[in-house]
Design a protein. Structure first.
Length: 303
C-alpha cells in the first residue's frame, strides 16, 4: 500500500488558501517528498503527517517555489529527533544549491546525502521505492518523477516441495537470496512466479508537453501533473513560460493511458478551477482538480 498526499497545489507563490505544490508519500514506514517550497512544513502539519520518517526528498528543479522550504524542513526533522541520513535527489547543481541553503541550517543531527541526476533519464532504488527521473521541457533543467512499488511473484509451494527445499529456507528465497542445501544451489526464480503488477505514480510540474512525460507516465495508476492555466486564452502565456494548460495535461493523461489524473501547480490568478473541469473531462474522463491535502490510498491489485 502506498499513501499519497498532495500537500499543496500552488505555483509561483504560496497563498493563504493554497500552499506551494509538493507531494508526500508513505510506504512501509518510509516517507518520500517531491519538492519543498515555502510553507511546505505547514502543509505537512495540516495533513497530520510526520516529519521524522522522511528518507528521500526529490526536487524537480531549483526555482524558489520548489526548494526554498528545505532549510526549515531539515531543521524541523532534526528537532523531531531524526538521526538517520536523509537522501536528496535532483538535477545537476544540487550539492551547490543545498550547500548555499544550509548556511541558515548548518547544524543537523543527521547526514544529508545529495545525489545529482546526470542523465536525461535515470533510475534509483531507495528505501523500497523505484524512482525514475526523466527530463521535461522547462526554461531550466527540470525533471519529472515516476515512483513505483514493485511486487514480486507468488511463492510456489509445490515447486519448493518437488525440489526438496526445506521449509526453513523458503523465506530466504522469497526475499531474493539463493541458498545452498546438501550440495545443491537453489535460486529464487526456481520457486517464485512472475512479478505481479505493482503501484505506479507519476509526478510532473513546470513543463510543456513532452514525449518523456507520456512515456514514463504510461500506465500509471495516478498522474499528478501541472495545469498552470485553465483559461484557454492563456495558451500563449503557457508556451512563453514553459508551462501547461489543464487541457494539455488531460491530453498527456489520455495519451499515457493513466487511470487517474490530478491537476496541480496552479497560477496565482486561477480561481474557481472546478468550473473548467467539465471541458477537461471531455478530453480525459477520470480527471480531478488537485486540492491541498488531497489524499489517496493506493493498493496492490488482487489477483
Amino acid at each position: 500500500m502506498l499513501d499519497v498526499c498532495l500537500l499543496g497545489t500552488a505555483g509561483m507563490m504560496p497563498l493563504p488558501y493554497r500552499f506551494l505544490t509538493s507531494l508526500m508519500t508513505r510506504y512501509n514506514g518510509s516517507s518520500l517528498m517531491i519538492d519543498c517550497g515555502e510553507a511546505t512544513q505547514i502543509a505537512v502539519k495540516k495533513a497530520g503527517w510526520s516529519f521524522h520518517p522522511i528518507d528521500v526528498i526529490c526536487f524537480t528543479h531549483y526555482h524558489a517555489d520548489h526548494i526554498s522550504g528545505l532549510p526549515g524542513l531539515l531543521l524541523t526533522m532534526g528537532n523531531a529527533e531524526r538521526t538517520q541520513p536523509v537522501t536528496l535527489l535532483g538535477p545537476k547543481g544540487l550539492k551547490r544549491v543545498v550547500s548555499a541553503l544550509r548556511v541558515i541550517a548548518p547544524e543537523l543531527p543527521f547526514e544529508v546525502d545529495c545525489i545529482e541526476i546526470t542523465d536525461a533519464q535515470q533510475e534509483f532504488r531507495l528505501h523500497g521505492y523505484k524512482i525514475t527521473a526523466f527530463m521535461v521541457k522547462h526554461n531550466v533543467p527540470c525533471y519529472g518523477y515516476t515512483i513505483e512499488i514493485e511486487r514480486q511473484g507468488r511463492f510456489c509451494v509445490e515447486q519448493a516441495v518437488q525440489r526438496g527445499i526445506p521449509q526453513n529456507y523458503w523465506g530466504v528465497l522469497q526475499k531474493g537470496t539463493q541458498v545452498e542445501y546438501e550440495g545443491s544451489i537453489f535460486t529464487p526464480d526456481m520457486v517464485m512466479g512472475p512479478p505481479r503488477k505493482g503501484i505506479k505514480l507519476t509526478y510532473c510540474t513546470d513543463t510543456r508537453p513532452a514525449e518523456s512525460l507520456v512515456k514514463n507516465a504510461a500506465g500509471s495508476d495516478l498522474l499528478i501533473c501541472e495545469g498552470m492555466y485553465a483559461e484557454k486564452d492563456k495558451l500563449a502565456k503557457a508556451k512563453q513560460y514553459k508551462h501547461m494548460t489543464f487541457y494539455e495535461a488531460a491530453q498527456i493523461a489520455r495519451a499515457a493511458e493513466v487511470r487517474e489524473l490530478w491537476l496541480t501547480h496552479f497560477s496565482p490568478s486561477l480561481v474557481h478551477g472546478e468550473d473548467y473541469m467539465p471541458q477537461v473531462r471531455e478530453i480525459f474522463e477520470n480527471a480531478y482538480l488537485g486540492k491541498d491535502g488531497k489524499m489517496a490510498e493506493m493498493n496492490f491489485e488482487e489477483n
